[in-house]
Write a protein that binds this ligand. Structure first.
Ligand SMILES: [Zn+2]
Ligand SMILES: [Zn+2]
Length: 245
């Protein structure tokens, strides 16, 4: 058992709002420089750059988990993180069925699909930044059915968060954890946000540029850098646990 530093909320150049130099390989290299052990690539409503990041990480001691940051019909952002790229891509297919509209690169930015060598493969033409027509409860259920972890994003933020939508975290929502942004101290969030203490709390960078990678992270005591171990850490089973940084 050892400590793993994890930043499980990183956007790549596929997200229209992220820097174009957030290529899969650059993200991997910067994560290694920052001493991270586990990262998750979570682009808005898409997992199309996750396989390239996994391939780019093969020569390093870094675990890349494939994920998406899904925008629910209530405009709540939720991280969906999986063990295998195929599961993330399956979730992406579900999300695409509930996502309409085309991107306007002039307004929102390019959505670059890249390979592991930083070559541009394609431009995603969907409106990835939009809300899907999937409700938050349905997202949680579908992610769990595919064996993934579901973490509500930046719950302290005044927009695109469960707090901005509801004002509290409903206890019937089967989220695995809540993420607070780096703008809010854990103690302050715990005292201000109703319902937050029913869930494990963690913090990640939500990096949209290379310099922000690993700016905040969460440490886990795990046997292996895999979803099953992280899930056990969230429920404090078999010696796994979330550690305070
Ligand atoms: Zn978000
Ligand atoms: Zn994000």
């Amino acid at each position: 058992m050892r400590t793993f530093k994890a930043d499980l909320h990183i956007h790549s150049c596929l997200s229209p709002c992220a820097d174009l130099d957030m290529s899969p390989r650059s993200i991997v290299e910067r994560s290694v420089e920052k001493g991270l052990d586990i990262i998750a690539i979570c682009d808005h409503n898409s997992a199309e750059n996750t396989e390239a990041a996994i391939r780019a990480s093969e020569e390093y001691d870094l675990r890349v988990l494939p994920g998406l940051e899904i925008n629910s019909s209530e405009e709540v952002h939720v991280l969906a993180i999986f063990e295998e790229a195929q599961k993330a891509l399956h979730m992406q297919e579900i999300v695409y069925c509930y996502l309409t509209g085309s991107n306007r690169p002039d307004l929102f930015g390019d959505q670059v699909v890249a390979d592991e060598f930083d070559e541009v493969k394609d431009f995603n033409e969907r409106m990835l930044i939009s809300a899907t027509q999937l409700g938050i409860h349905e997202i949680v259920e579908r992610v769990h059915r595919l064996g993934g972890l579901c973490i509500a994003s930046h719950v302290d933020r005044p927009s695109y968060s469960i707090i901005s939508h509801l004002g509290f975290v409903p206890s019937d929502l089967q989220l695995d954890a809540l993420e607070i942004s780096r703008l809010t101290e854990r103690e302050s969030a715990q005292s201000k946000i109703q319902g937050i203490n029913n869930f494990p709390i963690m913090t990640f960078s939500d990096a949209h540029c290379l310099d922000d990678i690993g700016l905040t992270y969460t440490s886990f005591l795990l046997e292996l850098p895999i979803i099953d171990d992280i899930r056990m850490a969230l429920t404090e089973e078999f010696g796994r646990r979330v550690m305070f940084n």
